[in-house]
Design a protein around this ligand. Sequence first.
Ligand SMILES: *[C@@H]1O[C@H](CO)[C@@H](O)[C@H](O)[C@H]1NC(C)=O
Length: 386
Amino acid sequence: MAKFVVSYVVLSLFCIFQQSNAASASYNVIKFGAKPDGKTDSTQPFLKAWSAACSSASPSTISVPKGRYLLTATVFRGPCKNKITVKIDGTLVAPADYRALGNSGYWILFIKVNRVSVFGGTLDAKGAGFWACRKSGQNCPSITFNWANDILISGLTSINSQSMHLVINSCNNVLVRNVRVIAPDQSPNTDGIHVQTSTGVTITGSTLQTGDDCISIGPSTRNMLMSSIKCGPGHGISIGSLGKEFNEGGVENITLTNSIFSGSDNGVRIKSWARPSNGFVRNVVFQNLIMKNVKNPVIIDQNYCPNNQGCPGQSSGVKISQVTYRNIQGTSASPEAVTFDCSPSNPCRGIKLQDIKLTYMNTAATSSCKNIGGTSSGVLMPESCV
Ligand SMILES: *[C@@H]1O[C@H](CO)[C@@H](O)[C@H](O)[C@H]1NC(C)=O
């Protein structure tokens, strides 16, 4: 009898060993004490599940079953030993009072992680609290990736939130797909997705309705592809604001393709401060875009000087070159559909317009150009001023 028990124990240990070695280890946050009631703070159970997954030598999965999980400021820290997949069927809920996040400036932060995939998930950032956080002058993104490599974010949704704000900062090789960000268009400063100091970011198949930029691209960003984006309401897709600092990394090799803007303030915008800077924007393609009732479908604004503070009488040092606008069609909500207001000290160079058809109230819209050089081809409405 004793002998039988011993061999049974050995056998089951062997199975566990086999399982964790061969396939992937799986960690359910409920098993670590998370409560899907939307009220009990589940931060510690989530962190325990993360630390188990992070120290696992084999690939691991963290699963978050259906239900609502209250999380305060939560940092998922790497580096980890192997790949981690986070599978979220539930909703992550921020504390209603943003002060519960302390001065952290973040809600959910992934830092120094490599090879992390996040599938699904709904974020409920309890809008009003986050809104208050923003008014207090902080940034308050809902989910941030800092110094992360080889990241997949797939199917993430935000509901009931004034602020989703996915931030990708100092990352390499990030794929964001099928993400939905929905915030009322009056909510202040709620960018959908902000990318900076990053290389190889792809955003595809995503719907972004926000109070600010659908996607904003900050300094030192290279090799970025955006496709199949639905933007609006919101401020559009922006490269910038750039050139606030004198020493600033440039933005290079950015493509936006096959996307739709509806009722947004801008379509595609490049924006820089009217201040000296050694920044630049080059090799950008905006193509196959539909504009529906967009105020400024195509705009370069190098005269950004909010409240006339720190820049009056100056001009932008940011050098904009090799920007192509190809096959952009639809309706403008203002008479001037194409606006190029480039820097007098650093004129835009190599701007290419090809097949643009934008109307305002069923007539051709207009365009305006300052300090710009480039070429135009194909059908152009409004007529090119380049
Ligand atoms: C430009 O970016 C794309 C990704 O969008 C990348 O595949 C391509 O290699 C980059 N080109 C250069 C010259 O780096």
